[in-house]
Design a protein around this ligand. Structure first.
Ligand code: CP
Length: 301
């Protein structure tokens, strides 16, 4: 595997292999490093979790990290993203972690490119590393995905997290439902829409989504959002025994979820972030290990 662009490209076995590697890293059973490798983190959209989690994952793997952002790179002079990647390849970068706002352009960027690209979010397209850390967090709680009832709730239409998770969860055998206002439904993900009241009573996993204001063509009204589509304290009290709450964050407290529930016993929101580091280490290791294992010389890695 050279790149990680979409969850659609991974089989159930690939996903399980990432979990297995992440688990070994988490419990100190696997140590691998690529001390002569360089990674470029190219974040052209804002990020707190993904960018810093990748930075820590890379540093823990001994990788040197270059930060490329939209404001002070030659992208501001009109250089294309493709030429930016070819430049990084030319100077010896082996991994590019890329967040940018256009969906559907990544496979063109990877043509004839001798470095690995990880999609760290492409507009409303996909967010595969968020998905893998979400699924890893679920796998720590439940024995199997087969028949697991997962509801993805919120701004489904504009959410790359929803898309990646819907693809992968179905592949793993979970029963996936959605909750969304009509304007934020995405028919491409199926028609299994239910109400939030139904969701809290049936779900093993309730995956809340951030309202993606920055991607809305029309400004939305949020006053009634929590009471109609969000997780209120009253609804949380009706959730199934053993069920968990996920949210990719950042969280709009009081919009998608009552503020007190962000850190309630059922919430795995900060556990997701914690798992993000080991899952990203596992992904980087998988992509780089064939070319960087046991390498000490600059030219080889
Ligand atoms: N979940 C997530 O992608 O968060 P950031 O936008 O902070 O990276």
């Amino acid at each position: 595997m050279q790149h990680l662009l979409s969850m659609n490209e991974l089989s159930a076995l690939d996903i399980q292999a990432f979990f297995s590697k992440a688990k070994k890293i988490k419990y100190g059973e696997e140590q691998w490093s690529a001390p002569n490798a360089f990674a470029a983190n190219i974040f052209l959209e804002p990020s707190t979790r993904t960018k810093n989690s990748f930075y820590i994952a890379e540093k823990r793997l001994g990788i040197d990290v270059i930060d490329v952002n939209g404001a002070d790179s030659s992208l501001t002079k009109g250089e294309s993203l493709r030429d930016t990647l070819k430049t990084l390849e030319s100077i010896g970068v082996k991994l590019a972690v890329l967040r940018q706002s256009e969906e559907g352009i990544l496979s063109e960027l990877t043509e004839n490119l001798d470095l690995s690209i990880i999609n760290a979010g492409d507009g409303i397209g996909e967010h595969p590393t968020q998905c893998l850390l979400d699924l890893f967090t679920i796998s720590e709680e439940f024995r199997s995905f087969e028949g697991l009832k997962v509801t993805i709730a919120g701004d489904v239409k504009h959410s790359r997290v929803a898309r990646s998770n819907a693809f992968a969860l179905k592949k793993l055998g979970a029963q996936v439902s959605f909750v969304a206002p009509d304007a934020w439904k995405d028919s491409a993900l199926g028609d299994s829409y239910i109400t939030m009241d139904e969701a809290v009573e049936r779900s093993d996993v309730l995956m809340l989504l951030r309202v993606q204001c920055e991607r809305h063509e029309e400004p939305a009204e949020y006053e009634d959002y929590l009471s109609t589509y969000g997780l209120t304290n009253a609804r949380e009290a009706r959730m199934k025994h053993g069920s968990i709450i996920l949210h990719p964050a950042p969280v709009n407290r009081g919009v998608e979820i009552d503020s007190a529930l962000v850190e309630c016993p059922r919430s795995r929101i900060f556990q997701q972030m914690k798992n993000g580091v080991v899952v990203r280490m596992a992904i980087i290791q998988t992509l780089l290990q064939e070319e960087c294992v046991n390498v000490t010389a600059y030219k080889e890695c």
